[in-house]
Design a protein around this ligand. Structure first.
Ligand SMILES: C[S@@+](CC[C@H](N)C(=O)[O-])C[C@H]1O[C@@H](n2cnc3c(N)ncnc32)[C@H](O)[C@@H]1O
Length: 252
């Protein structure tokens, strides 16, 4: 692992690192394959996986023969990534780098692919983060992102509930906000897939449980919403939840 940068270790992710390593959604969620296919990841390419967490995206890229720098500020998440890389026999194609998105000790213009999956909503400064990721791309290189994407009329509610569940949540962006940021960073959209899925409240809440205080706070805040917005969020079911995810690729 390269030299630690900054002190951005998150108590939330330190506590839940083992759960993320095993999470079926993170390890094998459909958006992983959609992202890799849309990125057209091929052997011999160089990739950077920003906010790699326990490394699911980085390891899948490495298994496609890509050389990956896997970046994350949380040591406990990187330790799981290191363990999984050994288990899957791809350590020679994965370099772990401890850093936050705003302070990555990496070479500008050095990557064919920059990936960021299920993590962008944690970043404190979205325009700066997109700029930092775009800067890593070689000319013609591709940025691939998968992240939650609320409808604009529910964005404030969803971001509020997400922050109660996970204090490291900053902001999930709407489609319009993404399009503006990408244009500002000089990137051209090549692939765009918005998916809506009905899931359960408990499933969305995981790895936080309904029994702990964060779980209870979310439930109370949900009940306090006007019925029309709560119904839309829950699809009219007391245990329902609306999940919306955007997967896109944009080229430099
Ligand atoms: C849900 S995990 C990422 C999942 C992973 N990309 C995957 O495909 O399985 C979110 C990660 O974001 C990282 N993170 C939080 N704030 C960050 C920041 N400012 N810069 C980079 N990574 C950050 C956390 O340490 C955590 O490991």
């Amino acid at each position: 692992m390269s030299t630690p940068q900054g002190d951005d270790a998150s108590p939330f992710f330190s506590r839940h690192a083992a759960a993320y390593a095993q999470s079926p959604g993170h390890a094998r969620g459909e958006d992983l394959w959609q992202l890799l296919d849309a990125l057209d990841a091929r052997p011999g390419q160089r990739a950077c996986d920003v906010a790699t967490g326990t490394g699911h995206t980085a390891l899948a890229l490495a298994e496609r023969g890509v050389q990956v720098d896997a970046v994350d500020p949380t040591p406990a998440m990187l330790a799981e990534a290191e363990r999984l890389a050994a288990e899957r026999r791809v350590t020679d194609r994965v370099r772990l780098v401890r850093a936050a998105v705003d302070d990555m000790p990496l070479t500008a213009g050095a990557y064919d692919i920059v990936a960021c999956r299920r993590a962008f909503h944690h970043f404190p400064d979205p325009p700066r983060a997109v700029g930092a990721m775009a800067q890593l791309l070689a000319p013609g290189g591709r940025l691939g992102v998968s992240d939650m994407c609320p409808p604009s009329d529910l964005a404030a509610d969803i971001n509020h509930l997400e922050r109660l569940r996970d204090p490291t949540h900053r902001e999930a962006l709407t489609e319009d906000a993404w399009r503006t940021l990408l244009a500002q960073a000089g990137l051209t959209v090549r692939f765009w897939l918005l998916q809506e899925e009905r899931t359960s409240f408990a499933q969305w809440l995981a790895p936080v449980s309904l029994e702990e205080s964060a779980g209870r706070s979310v439930q109370q805040a949900l009940q306090a919403l006007p019925a029309s917005r709560r119904d839309r969020l829950q699809g009219g079911r007391a245990d329902g939840w609306l999940k919306r995810r955007l997967v896109f690729v944009a080229q430099r």
